[in-house]
Design a protein around this ligand. Structure first.
Ligand code: GAL
Length: 397
């Protein structure tokens, strides 16, 4: 298997930086030499393979059995459940080599199912983030998604992908989650077949997304993990130091729908070009920060969409843990956990207060189906939507 993987990786490198190449098992991988993720990958080619373990994890309310997969690498262990294809835990070392779970979540399926607001760890879709008034048109036909957020559709509507039990199969170093969303599911046109591959490779949790459709439709898939690099339940993330390579962001109206403007971050609390503590400016008298009670905005990444580029870097001074997010997507929603309110009782008996985790949701921009100037989220029959995101963990002194 190692040999096959090495050969596949070499094939990618030989054909060029932007191409996708078939991997054993019919999946795809994207290689972009000359960046951090590529070096993670080449280090990964000599590393020990991760082991994958499958277990039953109770049932959803309708009786469907749920499974959980534990992917144990040398440096990282991740648990992924089929309910919402969600990340339930990620254990990563701190600067002293002590492991801790660095994502928020619950102990069991029933709690995930009951909480329709946080989307802890889930794959959200068919359209992650918001669609204004749940309405958009394709080829002159108008579609309506049921509303679930201030008069808008959020994360695919009230029964989006985060509330589905996905099918799963083991793959080298990880698990592939699959979902067939029927034509008309939550109002979206076309039967959409989605595959999300999670793998632990060295210090990285790598996520590969692909989707095909039977009718033109819109797709925006992302992972909604909340990170607390000090450890799950270990207090506020406001001291964490964040860098986002984005000169612009998409300001929103009072219902959190983009105004359409790509506004410069310069001179605003949205300027994370230089590493800055998340909490340094969060309480400033800024109209955009007041709307969502903190950061809850899409940043327009400076990197080239389609190739793997940096989306964010975070450093937690307490534990020394760092998180580097790489993606092929054009944007990232930085959400500072503003709506956590102490009513969420998570793993390890902890309670999640406001700002006890942050999300970095790599994505297309919110409401793109209604903003012709934003990068398109349209997928047509015969095309395959593909994207990749890597969460790379490290430490600093
Ligand atoms: C984010 C969204 C927030 C909030 C959160 C879940 O993706 O932007 O406004 O809804 O999900 O609580």
């Amino acid at each position: 298997m190692m040999l096959k993987r090495t050969v596949a990786a070499m094939a990618v490198l030989l054909v060029g930086p932007m191409l996708w190449a078939a991997e054993p098992g019919g999946s795809v991988r994207q290689a972009v030499p000359g960046n951090e993720a590529a070096s993670v990958r080449s280090a990964a080619s000599t590393r020990q393979a991760a082991s994958v373990h499958e277990a039953a994890w109770g049932t959803a309310a309708d009786g469907t059995p749920v499974k959980i997969f534990t992917i144990s690498g040398h440096e990282l262990t991740a648990r992924i459940a089929t309910f919402g294809a969600r990340v339930v835990s990620i254990e990563a070392p701190d600067r002293n080599g002590r492991m801790a779970d660095v994502v928020l979540g619950y102990d069991d399926v029933a709690q995930y199912e009951k909480d329709t607001n946080t989307y802890f760890g889930a794959i959200v879709g068919r359209y992650g983030n918001r669609i204004a008034k749940g309405t958009f048109s394709i080829d002159g036909k108008t579609y309506h998604i049921p509303l679930n957020n201030n008069g808008n559709a959020l994360h695919g509507g009230p029964e989006g992908f985060s509330s589905k039990v996905w099918t799963a199969r083991m793959i080298p170093d990880g698990v592939e989650m699959s979902l067939v969303s029927p034509d008309g599911d939550m109002g979206f046109p076309g039967t959409l077949t989605v595959h999300v591959r999670y793998s632990v490779e060295g210090h990285a949790l790598r996520i590969l997304y692909s989707a095909t459709t039977t009718k033109p439709t819109v797709v925006n898939l992302t992972n909604h993990s909340y990170f607390n690099l000090a450890g799950d339940g270990k207090g506020s993330i406001l001291d964490d130091v964040l860098m986002i390579p984005a000169d612009r962001y998409t300001p929103v109206d009072a219902t959190q729908i983009p105004t359409g403007e790509l506004a410069p971050v310069k001179g605003t609390p949205f300027d994370f070009l230089q590493p800055t503590a998340i909490g340094a400016r969060i309480d400033e008298d800024n109209a955009q920060l007041k709307i969502g009670g903190g950061y809850d905005h899409n940043f327009v990444l400076n990197g080239k969409p389609g190739s793997l580029h940096l989306a964010a870097k975070v450093y937690d001074p307490k534990s020394g843990r760092t998180l580097t997010v790489m993606t092929t997507q054009p944007g990232v929603q930085f959400y500072s956990g503003n709506f956590l309110d102490g009513k969420q009782h998570g793993k390890y008996g902890v309670t999640y207060e406001k700002y006890s985790g942050f999300c970095l949701e790599t994505q297309h921009f919110p409401d793109s189906p209604n903003e012709p100037k934003f990068p398109s989220t349209l997928v047509k029959p015969g095309e395959t939507m593909r994207s990749e995101t890597e969460f790379v963990f490290g430490v600093r002194p």
